[in-house]
Ligand binder design. Structure first.
Ligand SMILES: [Zn+2]
Length: 99
């Protein structure tokens, strides 16, 4: 996990969150994107969502957040096209095992 900082689009406070080392961030917006499903910052499965919904709590030390909600959007396929997850290395191979 790595600590990543995002800037609130309302008040420019910096909010930090622990993320997987692999990042595919597209944008930070004030409004949720159509078709996106957002996880909470406290959600253990947040990396599997389309993005993360933040509440601006600001930096823990300066505590200057505005309390508004903004959205981190991950890169996905757009315009309603189903995303192509592609083959996963974790999928069991579909061999026809015979005893
Ligand atoms: Zn803010």
């Amino acid at each position: 996990m790595v600590s990543v900082s995002y800037t609130c689009p309302y008040c420019d406070a910096v909010v930090e969150i622990e993320r997987d080392a692999y990042l595919a961030d597209k944008s930070v917006t004030r409004e949720p994107l159509a078709g996106y499903e957002y996880a909470a910052t406290t959600d253990d499965d947040r990396e599997d969502a389309d993005g993360i919904q933040f509440v601006c709590i600001g930096d823990p030390e300066s505590d200057d957040g505005c309390g508004r909600t903004f959205y981190l959007n991950f890169i996905t396929y757009e315009n309603g096209v189903e995303r192509d997850d592609g083959p996963s290395l974790e999928d069991a191979p579909k061999f026809d095992f015979r005893p």
